[in-house]
Design a protein around this ligand. Structure first.
Ligand SMILES: [Zn+2]
Ligand SMILES: [Zn+2]
Length: 398
């Protein structure tokens, strides 16, 4: 009895952090197996693209910018796995439904699948032998079977841990998974243009791709020993808030924009207990852009008004509860040129100069990504899949 006890589940994986680690030349931004912020989305299989809707702002219908792409395969899964996060770079779309989106993509790893099939085949044979033994009058008595103990733990249902860290080291050693060739979107599109008879379901028109420069992420474990218990440096944040206030004040001078969603913000209102906790934790590694913890607990920007589980919701494909996987941190907004790109955006907007001057791009306190707990795979194992997942965005408090 005693030896059947499971390993104590108390062991807690550290939170993994993604830190900026140098620009990726746009000509080199063709790898689906790295983890980055900005850049263009590179698909696991350029022949099977997601619906272009995932790149479109649900509010203004304009193309969104890729903020994050991460290669995050799960342990004991036969799939290569990538998470993509997009955001609309229009300040007017912030705090509105649909201005951020997230996609979870799978591509089967044929080698892993073959190994898994072999394992299952061996198991089946073993069980068959056992049955034959039981059928014989001199065989082992029927009843308790050791096989039952293991039978339930098929790879797709065991709890999974991520190999984010190993992925990072893999990526920096530029080792590519053997089974795959990554394709840039540009390649994919030129291919599609040449070949009208492809079986591709979706075509993503080139004009719908807008992008920031890409920045590689270095993945490291969070070290809480760096936690400063005193003297939180708020200066950088204060600077950011001051800049925002200045912009909002000048915008408020224009009657058209005052009194609507955007009100003058002052620091004290945004600083609650939870926010202090957030800043303290960030101080351990101020350059962090991404926090990753499969099925973990997000670091909230401020307190929630409702339980996290109700915000996370359920998988639209299989109905399983969603779990937290990762979150984007405010430093993303200083690494990516969001304001620069927003103001240089010569859009068709008729309201003209004021709006353009006022648009400082996207903003957020944190963008939390929630994904299907089962990491489900719609359709055939062999064909790539894309599932839209869920984001919860927290902003500065009004
Ligand atoms: Zn928008
Ligand atoms: Zn699911």
């Amino acid at each position: 009895m005693g030896n059947q006890r499971k390993k104590a589940p108390k062991h807690k994986d550290p939170v993994l952090l993604g830190l900026p680690d140098g620009a990726i030349e746009s000509s080199d931004d063709v790898d689906a197996y790295i983890t980055k912020i900005g850049g263009v989305p590179v698909w696991l299989d350029a022949e099977k693209l997601p619906s272009p809707k995932v790149l479109e702002c649900g509010n203004c219908r304009r193309p969104m910018y890729l903020i994050f792409q991460g290669y995050v395969p799960l342990a004991d899964s036969p799939y290569h796995r990538v998470i993509y996060v997009w955001g609309c770079n229009q300040r007017l779309c912030m705090r509105k439904e649909g201005s951020f989106s997230v996609l979870r993509s799978h591509l089967v790893d044929p080698e892993y699948l073959a190994a898994q099939k072999k394992k299952e085949e061996e198991k089946r044979k073993k069980e068959q032998r056992k049955k034959q033994q039981q059928a014989s009058p001199f065989g082992a008595p029927a009843g308790f079977q050791l096989g039952d103990l293991w039978g339930a733990s098929s790879p797709s249902t065991t709890p999974v841990t991520t190999s984010f860290a190993s992925v990072a080291s893999k990526a920096s050693a530029s080792a590519q998974p053997p089974s795959s060739s990554s394709n840039s979107l540009a390649d994919a599109m030129s291919k599609m243009n040449l070949d009208d008879d492809t079986t591709t379901q979706h075509v993503i028109p080139p004009e719908s791709i807008v992008s920031f420069p890409a920045e590689n992420l270095w993945i490291t474990e969070e070290d809480l020993n760096n936690m400063a218990s005193f003297g939180i440096d708020m200066s950088r944040y204060q600077e950011y808030v001051d800049m925002q206030n200045a912009l909002l004040e000048s915008a408020a001078a224009d009657e058209e924009w005052s009194g609507e969603t955007y009100e003058k913000q002052t620091l004290p209102k945004g600083v609650d207990k939870q926010f202090r906790k957030f800043m303290e934790r960030v101080e351990c590694e101020p350059s962090q852009c991404v926090r990753y913890e499969w099925a973990g607990v997000p670091l909230l920007y401020h307190q929630l008004q409702q339980p996290l589980s109700s915000l996370a919701g359920r998988c639209t494909h299989c109905g399983s509860p969603r779990v937290f996987e990762m979150q984007l941190m405010p430093n993303v907004l200083s690494v990516l040129p969001v304001a620069e790109y927003a103001s240089s955006n010569t859009s068709s907007s008729a309201t003209g100069d004021e709006l353009k001057a006022w648009d400082v791009g996207m903003e957020f306190g944190t963008v939390m990504v929630f994904v299907c707990e089962k990491d489900c795979h719609p359709g055939d194992v062999e064909s790539p899949s894309h599932v839209r997942e869920h984001v919860v965005v927290q902003y500065e408090k009004d």
